[in-house]
Design a protein around this ligand. Structure first.
Ligand code: BCR
Ligand code: FE2
Length: 294
């Protein structure tokens, strides 16, 4: 995204501060966190990805129903392949998911110098593990066998710790890096330290990442009303598929609803992220080329 507006930084900082106060008062347990995660991701997180169809229409001429059906089938097949891969190789999938998530989230600072951008990507995923290693390993344990969950968490602790050291050194040694992007990343480190992991993730993913991407995409589209309606419709379909998946998983292991929701949300996001990343990356490159040409 190119130079994001200041209100997005303030919105994120205020939401994080509000979440710190609220969770300090209410001390939500893991079940409550998971029950908060699902609706927030469905209502605020999904629409940012559901704009992918409108992005695709800008990138390629999806003529008529035929073109759209072809695109939707490709998107769904790619996502389904990733779910199958996760079922067959859960540990490798979790590692891959963490790496490509950090790459994708680093795009929130795509107008920043490379080092700051990568520190941001590492902070978004490594921050919670650095400060709440046990909680993160426990949640990963819903997604993969325990040994892989512990190993992935330890790797994130190292990645997070390294990114934090580089970030602080950069701020001290290079005053030019003390930008609004750095303020956002400082807020991410504070939120990751002060909030329980899933509440931290809701605040970062919904209030910073999704809002930034949605606003930037909508602003660069011609038919905004159509894009928003399509995104609402696709989000509703995706949310319905998620509810079916939760009910299906829960029917096998009644009483483990927290596990079913965590699996659906995170494996679902892992599956949607690959086609989403491909489109967003192409779209960002196209916008940069257009901006340079002007
Ligand atoms: C268009 C379309 C559609 C839709 C789509 C969508 C709706 C999308 C979305 C997308 C999205 C929406 C994406 C997202 C992404 C996300 C991510 C990438 C995430 C990540 C995360 C992570 C990695 C995490 C981690 C963790 C955990 C797990 C625990 C705690 C701690 C932490 C935080 C570290 C459909 C299919 C209907 C059809 C076709 C077309
Ligand atoms: Fe995204």
């Amino acid at each position: 995204m190119t130079s994001s507006p200041a209100w997005q930084t303030w919105l994120f900082i205020c939401a994080a501060a509000f979440a710190v106060v609220l969770t300090g008062l209410l001390e939500p347990d893991l079940t409550t966190q998971v029950f908060l995660l699902a609706p927030f991701v469905a209502v605020i997180g999904l629409p940012h990805g559901a704009l992918d169809l409108s992005i695709a229409k800008v990138l390629w001429p999806l003529r008529g129903w035929h073109g759209k059906v072809k695109f939707v089938s490709l998107y769904l097949s790619l996502s389904a392949l990733i779910v199958i891969f996760w079922i067959l190789f859960p540990s490798a999938s979790l590692f891959a998911f963490l790496i490509y998530s950090a790459v994708h989230f680093s795009g929130d600072w795509s107008d920043s110098p490379t080092a700051l951008r990568w520190c941001g990507g590492a902070a978004t995923i490594g921050g919670p593990a650095l400060f709440h290693q046990g909680d993160v390993a426990h949640i990963f344990g819903y997604l993969v066998p325990e040994s892989a969950a512990n190993l992935a968490t330890s790797c994130l602790v190292i990645a997070g710790g390294t990114a934090l050291v580089i970030f602080v050194a950069m701020l001290i040694l290079q005053p030019t890096t003390r930008t609004r992007a750095a303020a956002e990343q400082a807020a991410i480190w504070l939120a990751a330290g002060l909030l329980v992991p899933l509440v931290y993730f809701i605040v970062y993913f919904c209030v910073l990442h999704s809002v930034r991407h949605t606003v930037a995409t909508i602003e660069s589209l011609k038919d905004r009303k159509d894009a928003l309606l399509t995104a609402g419709f696709l989000s509703a379909i995706t949310a319905l598929m998620a509810v079916s998946s939760i009910l299906f998983l829960d029917s096998f292991k009644a009483g483990l609803i927290v596990e079913s929701i965590s699996q659906t949300v995170f494996i679902g996001l892992a599956a949607l992220t690959i086609p989403h990343m491909i489109l967003v990356d192409r779209f960002q490159r196209r916008s940069h080329h257009l901006a340079e040409a002007l």
